[in-house]
Design a protein around this ligand. Structure first.
Ligand code: TEU
Length: 579
């Protein structure tokens, strides 16, 4: 193919959206930097690293929850939406963080957790106090299944399982009813059917925007609308419960709720904001609607399709090898579907996932090369890339020796259920959860090679990966060949070259089992991007050998003008059409 026959199409809405050329960095504050030696990361710790983040070049910081919380799910169980938990600092610290980010031209994205609250939130305390309480209806209360004695096994109002093992219902003997919790029993689900509850949430969001935050990452926001009859789901012999997801994933009123939220919170406000909805189970068809700017819902969604491909039956405890062709088919479909309307978010990992290089690359001999390759491939897609803390250093999964070394409620509950009800041995469960459990990503950021890894002078709340002596920021920030320096370059490229932010995307070689290849085009410029997802050398045929003569603008090996790829090699070429 020549540059003359590029099928070009430039979306109409390209111009205005600042976030198209932006890169977001996720801070999981508990594991970022501990400034006071209590073993838990905190806001002053984040403030102390603002120059590091600025140097990396990111535009937005997404802060995982720092609200007041009993920390049953590390802050995703909020007991006060308008205060900072003392383990992280104070509201004044948060104001300083906002000011420090703004002074450096960066923005703050708050995590917004409004599918549920903590059971210690005053709303829930009121709600559970009596059936007559005005806030009773702010949560999902139901009586036991007809014919069953309330509180007895199997008497739950429906058969849904919770994401953290066990039933999605908790019996409350104060009123003899059950409340719904799709996550832990300490995370009761809010009832978005109630208009007063919705207004209270919008008011709280406006309060944060008035305080200076620049937008929200919205936790499981596509679960807000449930089918109100709460029907049973298909049963799963493995877990003893049913899967209710079809009754709450992108439920009947979800678009209405998100549009209402947008109208009540953002309409008439001047400034540059960002909203990203975390949406497990969202389809590409729904994502087009969620992110169509004309509909006023959210700017982009986190979809989960590409992080389900290496799971057997969607079960994260039954991992299987990833087929590159399926990864390309999936991400390629999302690129295509959101080309005209809407926008993609791009990510390999986050605080709920394995470390990117361990999952998609090779965290052994080719760790540095494959971490860079993954960055290059992801960031040169069309969409807004998200970097999870430590990914820019090529941090790896942790080898946890025993269940006692884990901290995450999800893996601890699963271990308990699997060993007590499903007949698994401790060793079997540990092996099954090793690749994908969430604690992999939650070990402290490795700042330097000292004891404590520069994270804390105290006893860290979760173990530090012993490879901190080799893999750390101190050894990378000034090394031009480091993973960190590569991230700096690929971030800068998005800022500098409009073809990255706005260009058209075309997947190449969809059937190739080792090579990820695509073209970007924004006339007169086009870019060819190649990544070798294997340790075997590849020679690539993209139908236009003259690409080898184009300028290689980015790579993870010494540059050479060929379309050959060495183990885990990444190459990006750029040229301008001659006509
Ligand atoms: O996660 C929602 C979610 O569905 C998953 O990614 C989740 O981690 C699940 O355990 C998958 O196995 C969000 C937050 O990101 C997560 O940290 C919270 O635990 C969860 O919501 C509840 O607030």
């Amino acid at each position: 193919m020549s540059s003359d026959d590029i099928a070009v199409h430039v979306p109409a809405s390209v111009a205005g959206d600042w976030f198209r050329s932006a890169v977001v960095y996720q801070v999981y504050p508990r594991s970022f930097v501990d400034s006071d030696g209590d073993g838990v990361g905190d806001l002053p710790g984040v403030i102390g690293k603002l120059d590091y983040l600025h140097d990396l070049g990111v535009d937005v910081v997404w802060l995982s929850p720092v609200y007041r919380s009993p920390q049953d799910d590390n802050g995703y169980d909020v007991s006060d939406f308008r205060d900072v938990d003392p383990i992280f600092g104070t509201l004044a610290d948060l104001d300083r963080l906002i000011a420090g980010l703004h002074a450096r031209g960066m923005k703050l994205l708050m995590d917004l957790v409004v599918n549920h609250t903590s059971d210690e939130h005053p709303w829930f305390v009121e709600s559970r106090s009596s059936e007559q309480n005005p806030k009773r209806d702010w949560y999902w209360w139901r009586s036991s299944r007809p014919g069953h004695e309330a509180g007895s096994a199997g008497a739950e109002p429906n058969n849904w399982r919770s994401a953290f093992s066990g039933p999605a219902w908790e019996y409350d003997d104060r009123t003899g009813q059950y409340y719904l919790h799709l996550f832990s029993p300490k995370q009761p689900d809010l009832n978005w059917e109630n208009a007063d509850l919705r207004s209270a949430v919008y008011e709280m969001m406006r309060w944060w925007l008035d305080r200076g935050v620049d937008g929200f990452r919205m936790d499981v926001v596509n679960y807000l609308s449930k089918e109100v009859s709460l029907p049973d789901g298909p049963t799963d012999p493995e877990t003893r419960y049913g899967d209710g997801s079809r009754h709450y994933v992108c439920g009947p009123r979800i678009h209405e709720f998100l549009h209402e939220m947008h109208r009540n919170v953002f309409q008439g406000r001047t400034g540059e904001f960002l909203t990203v909805g975390e949406m497990p189970g969202v389809t590409v068809e729904d994502a087009i609607l969620f992110t169509d700017p004309a509909r006023g819902e959210v700017d982009m969604v986190f979809q989960f399709e590409h992080v389900m491909l290496d799971l057997e039956d969607g079960d994260k405890w039954r991992p299987r090898p990833l087929e590159l062709t399926r990864l390309k088919a999936s991400l390629g479909r999302w690129q295509e579907a959101l080309a005209d309307r809407g926008w993609n978010s791009l990510y390999w990992g986050n605080h709920d996932a394995a470390r990117a290089v361990s999952r998609f690359g090779d965290d052994g001999d080719h760790r540095v090369q494959s971490a860079k390759m993954l960055a290059g491939i992801l960031h040169l897609h069309r969409g807004t890339p998200y970097i999870y803390q430590g990914e820019e250093l090529g941090m790896t999964n942790m080898r946890f020796a025993a269940i006692e070394d884990h901290r995450d409620i999800e893996v601890l509950n699963h271990h308990h259920e699997a060993t007590t009800h499903l007949g698994r041995t401790d060793a079997e469960v540990l092996a099954a959860v090793a690749p994908l459990n969430r604690d992999n990503a939650r070990t402290p950021v490795q700042w330097d090679a000292t004891c404590g890894a520069g994270f804390s002078t105290g006893l860290p709340w979760i173990g530090i990966n012993p490879n901190a002596d080799r893999i750390n920021a101190a050894s990378q920030v000034n090394d031009p060949d480091s993973v960190f320096s590569f991230y700096r370059r690929v971030i800068a490229l998005r800022h500098e070259d409009p073809v990255v932010a706005d260009g058209d995307f075309m997947m190449l070689l969809p059937d190739h089992e080792q090579v990820y290849a695509f073209r970007r085009a924004l006339p007169p410029v086009e870019m060819l991007v190649l990544g070798n997802f294997s340790a075997v050398e590849q020679s690539v045929e993209v139908g236009d050998p003259t690409w080898a003569e184009a300028d290689q603008i980015l790579g993870n090996y010494p540059m050479e003008s060929t379309l050959r790829l060495r183990p885990w090699e990444f190459k990006a070429f750029r040229r301008s059409s001659r006509r």
